[in-house]
Design a protein around this ligand. Structure first.
Ligand code: PLP
Length: 386
């Protein structure tokens, strides 16, 4: 067999080695990481719900009623009353006819794209789409083309020569840059060419729009403009899994044909019950979004004063673009020595020359947490300049 170790060694030498840390204790800004207490700015727990006691209580009650595992796929005997109720509530929350649960967002994206398109069709995706959308586009037999980031004119030109049914897929909020897709323009160009538009709102649901309904509602668009909405439950909603919302015909088609739906065990019913509670909290507790957006403003203001290169983002995803991999690794390591954990994102996850720190904020952070981060970033910037 070819040498795996040699490939791993090369990855290590290139500064691209990925490794895991072991965390302990309830999810939150202060976490035990490899046994050390760290202040973290890298989780997607935007509303601070992952460790909420009300979600934990819902899990405990549901485990008594349902047990732990779902036992089977949704189409066999795994679709519980908890799953069914959550689907109805997600449909109402997103203003769509139906919603369908998936075990993860990754699987939802694979499932939707491969169920709706096939040989002879065309799929178009933004160059900065999440890996799971790209993988879905590679899995389908349809022709897959990527358009330059947020470039609606380029997409229009590609659609003009599309064959078969055309599907356009985009992140609502881009996961590495935090910017919002040009949703109204995408909906317009999709309608012009009779293409279907699918938005992956993993980072918009719970965070943006009225009552946290996401980036589509924030842009004032409805189900007619964006017939396919995918959202995840493991980010702002603090649990796990994902859903697709849309028309009755769409959901029935997915139930028949989406292989990552059909051939996998349903999420544990207790997770569905906890998500129902999370959805109510996310809808009702507007203060969480207000606090979160206030912290984002505070961070951006402070970072600008330090002369850091921020992205064009008003969302809780705040990239600090540093350039090459070595620089990003150096900043990440310096933050860690100071007890702060942020994402260090390098190629190939982002384009060459745009290695970055990916800082994410949460309603669970305090103003003091953000000040502590800015203070350490300031020290590192001063050290680099010296
Ligand atoms: C996290 C994420 C996913 C995957 O969702 P999981 O439930 O974690 O599998 C899909 N799309 C985007 C944009 C994401 O950020």
């Amino acid at each position: 067999m070819w040498s795996l170790q040699q490939q791993l060694d090369k990855r290590q030498a290139d500064g691209l080695y990925r490794s895991r840390r072991v965390t302990d204790g309830p999810q939150g800004p202060e976490l035990l990481v490899d046994g050390r207490r760290m202040l973290t700015f890298c989780s997607n727990d935007y509303l601070g719900l992952a460790a909420d006691a009300r979600l934990a209580d819902a899990v405990k009650r549901a485990v008594v009623r349902y047990g732990v595992g779902a036992g089977a796929a949704h189409l066999i005997s795994g679709h519980s009353a908890a799953h069914d109720a959550l689907e109805e509530e997600l449909a109402a929350f997103t203003g769509r006819e139906r919603a369908l649960l998936f075990s993860t967002g990754y699987m939802a994206n694979l499932g939707v794209i491969s169920a709706l398109t096939g040989r002879g069709d065309s799929v178009f995706g933004d160059r900065r789409n999440h890996a799971s959308l790209n993988d879905g586009c590679l899995l389908t037999r349809a022709r897959f083309r990527r358009y330059p980031h947020a470039d609606v004119a380029a997409l229009r030109a590609q659609l003009a020569v599309a064959r078969g049914n055309a599907l356009v897929v985009s992140d609502g909020v881009f996961s590495m840059d935090g910017d919002v897709a040009p949703l109204a323009e995408l909906a317009g160009v999709a309608a012009e060419h009779d293409a279907a538009l699918m938005i992956d709102d993993a980072h918009g649901i719970g965070v943006l729009g009225p009552r946290g309904q996401g980036s589509i509602a924030a842009a004032g668009l409805d189900a007619a403009a964006v017939p396919l909405l995918m959202g995840t439950l493991g980010k702002a909603l603090g649990t796990a899994g994902a859903f697709v919302a849309g028309s009755q015909a769409l959901i029935e088609t997915l139930i028949q044909q989406a292989r990552p739906y059909v051939y996998t065990t349903a999420m544990p019913p207790a997770i569905a019950e906890a998500t129902r509670v999370a959805l109510r909290i996310a809808t009702d507790e507007e203060w969480r979004r207000e606090r979160l957006h206030g912290l984002v403003q505070r961070f951006r203001h402070g970072a600008r004063q330090l002369g850091l290169r921020l992205g064009d983002s008003t969302t809780p995803i705040q990239p600090v673009v540093l350039g090459d991999t070595a620089t990003a690794n150096r900043w990440g390591a310096a933050l860690q020595r100071a007890g702060i954990l942020v994402g260090t994102i390098r190629p190939p996850t982002v384009a060459e020359g745009t290695a970055r720190l990916r800082i994410t904020l949460s309603a669970a952070h305090s103003a003091a947490h953000v000040e502590a981060l800015l203070s350490v970033l300031g020290e590192i910037a001063a050290g680099e300049a010296a």
